[in-house]
Design a protein around this ligand. Structure first.
Ligand SMILES: [Zn+2]
Length: 279
């Protein structure tokens, strides 16, 4: 009898210990709840403001992963608007990383790679509707050559009203890790020059074709006169980022595009908190 009572007592305190342990283990996860994450992480980060850089390719009805449906893109922009995100340009991002400017709360840089014609037909009017800014990294030799890419006239038109910033995605979109230094210089320098000639302003930013780069290529990017370069490394940008290998969050067409969109942008800070990205 007595022994049994003792056993029961012991059992209760054992379970209490387990509960306490579970609670302690859960604290970092509770604190990292995505709902409260974005704004709080922005304020708390030791490395300054965390900047979300979205990466799109096509915005049309092709039903392939690189092609977000126009209505989904519209809903995603509406989500950003409702959640008080503020769109910025690559120059604004650069100035803030250099410590020369303050970014608005919840900054987001919306980028498109390659320069597809549907960016002009579909994404541009949606960005205008929300008063948002976007950036298109163009493959300079494709403009005016292939009908499924924007033209320089369209590029200029989108820049003129302040909606779009056009930047470089090299001359030919070759995978950079396969090129000689001479070819790399041509891809980097010629695309910059051509875009600057067509657009009439400095082109200071580039995105690596297919996201592939290494530190040597990054050095050549710097040598070519760019101020910063974007990869498809998943994460948010902050002062700890390599300015010539900036993180982005790629957005795809999926079975549940808009749910995945929200999860992708909410979970970046959690991954970073556990050191799964930058370390
Ligand atoms: Zn590309």
């Amino acid at each position: 009898m007595h022994f049994g009572k003792f056993g029961e007592k012991h059992k209760v305190s054992w379970w209490k210990r387990i509960l306490l342990l579970l609670l302690l283990l859960a604290i970092p996860f509770l604190a990292a709840s995505p709902r409260h994450m974005t704004a709080r992480m922005v304020a708390d980060s030791e490395n300054g403001t965390k900047v979300l850089v979205l990466n799109y390719h096509k915005v049309d009805n092709m039903n392939i992963s690189l092609s977000v449906l126009p209505e989904d893109f519209d809903e995603q922009m509406s989500y950003l608007k409702k959640h008080d995100y503020h769109t910025i340009t690559p120059a604004e991002l650069y100035d803030s990383l250099e410590g020369n400017a303050e970014l608005p709360e919840n900054p987001v840089l919306i980028t498109f790679d390659d320069g597809y014609r549907d960016n002009y037909d579909n994404a541009y009017p949606i960005l205008q509707k929300y008063g948002f800014k976007g950036t298109i990294f163009v493959i300079t030799s494709f403009l005016g050559k292939y009908p499924n890419y924007i033209t320089w006239d369209q590029a200029r038109e989108m820049e003129e009203d302040g909606t779009i910033s056009i930047q470089s995605h090299t001359v030919d979109h070759k995978s950079m890790t396969d090129l000689s230094d001479e070819q790399l210089r041509t891809e980097l320098v010629d695309s910059k020059k051509q875009a600057e000639k067509e657009l009439g302003h400095p082109v200071d930013f580039m995105a690596y074709p297919t996201g592939t780069y290494n530190l040597h290529i990054a050095e050549l990017v710097k040598e070519a006169g760019y101020k910063a370069a974007f990869t498809i490394k998943y994460g948010n940008v902050d002062k700890a980022s390599n300015i010539f290998a900036l993180e982005r969050v790629p957005i795809f067409h999926t079975e549940n595009t808009n749910k995945d969109f929200i999860e992708r942008i909410r979970y970046v800070p959690i991954f970073e908190r556990f050191g799964w990205i930058k370390s």
